[in-house]
Ligand binder design. Structure first.
Ligand code: CDP
Length: 242
């Protein structure tokens, strides 16, 4: 979020630089079972973002000091591959990836039925292969599908979506230029089956009306992406990928 108000991000006809309407998401594709050795796995392409997630467990939590007596620990590692981006600081394990790992784990701890697996651990590995803004959201979407593929009971799949503000206009699903030069970004983790919000962050400023518009865009997009996730799981389990 660079916040440079003078960078032009909307065309004269109101469309965005990549031609999308203000309430239009980048295209989303989902594949299930892409890592054969994992207990569950998924690949998600969202615009030019690509994420792969592998889930292992539930397994005994080691070392014992990380065990929780009455529930499973959700252990998330979000990482941007070195080749996933061309600019800014070199990706890798840093403060940003630690923060994203932590908030992602907290989101899943609220939806996975962790109480069924005391003293155990569920390991979620998210690798960003290609980054074009919104990678924490794509990672969450991929992790939900990988958890479902692993057969881990959840109250619902969380869908990662973001809206933001560019040129004083609320728009759905910021791309890289919009994220860099826009005025606000609101990534959310939404469970369309229950209507709950499992995760929410905000960067920049939004008025109450703008916030409500951004939330509404996110809920609509989450429901559409949830359908794509379900279709990919169904295609995988009905035999033959898509
Ligand atoms: O990816 P997300 O929007 O969740 O997080 P961000 O910290 O707002 O990063 C926005 C975008 O900046 C990423 O998706 C990448 O395209 C880019 N970025 C990068 O190129 N190098 C980094 N070390 C971090 C982010």
């Amino acid at each position: 979020m660079g916040g440079y108000g003078d960078v032009k991000l909307l065309n004269d006809d109101g469309s965005r630089l990549d031609g999308r309407a203000i309430d239009e998401s980048r295209p989303v594709e989902v594949k299930v079972g892409v890592i054969p050795v994992a207990d569950g796995s998924a690949w998600v392409k969202h615009g030019l973002n690509e994420a792969v997630c592998a889930v292992y467990g539930p397994m005994e939590a080691h070392p014992r000091k990380i065990q929780l007596q009455d529930q499973a620990v959700i252990d998330v590692r979000y990482n941007m591959a070195p080749f996933s981006t061309s600019d800014r600081i070199r990706p890798g394990f840093n403060r940003r990836s630690r923060e994203i790992s932590k908030v992602t784990a907290e989101a899943f701890a609220s939806t996975v039925m962790v109480e069924r697996y005391p003293r155990s651990k569920i390991r979620i590995e998210i690798e960003i292969l290609s980054a074009e803004a919104g990678t924490r959201c794509v990672g969450i979407t991929a992790a939900s599908v990988a958890l479902a593929d692993a057969g881990i009971p959840m109250r619902g799949m969380i869908v990662g979506v973001a809206s933001g503000k560019i040129e004083d206009t609320v728009v759905l699903d910021l791309d890289k230029a919009e994220d860099n030069y826009g005025q606000a970004d609101l990534p959310m983790g939404i469970m369309p089956t229950t209507g709950e919000i499992a995760f929410m962050q905000m960067d920049g400023d939004l008025s109450m009306d703008e916030l409500q518009q951004a939330i509404d865009y996110n809920f609509t997009a989450a429901a559409e992406i949830h359908d794509i996730m379900e279709a990919a799981l169904r295609a995988h389990y009905d035999g033959g990928d898509e």
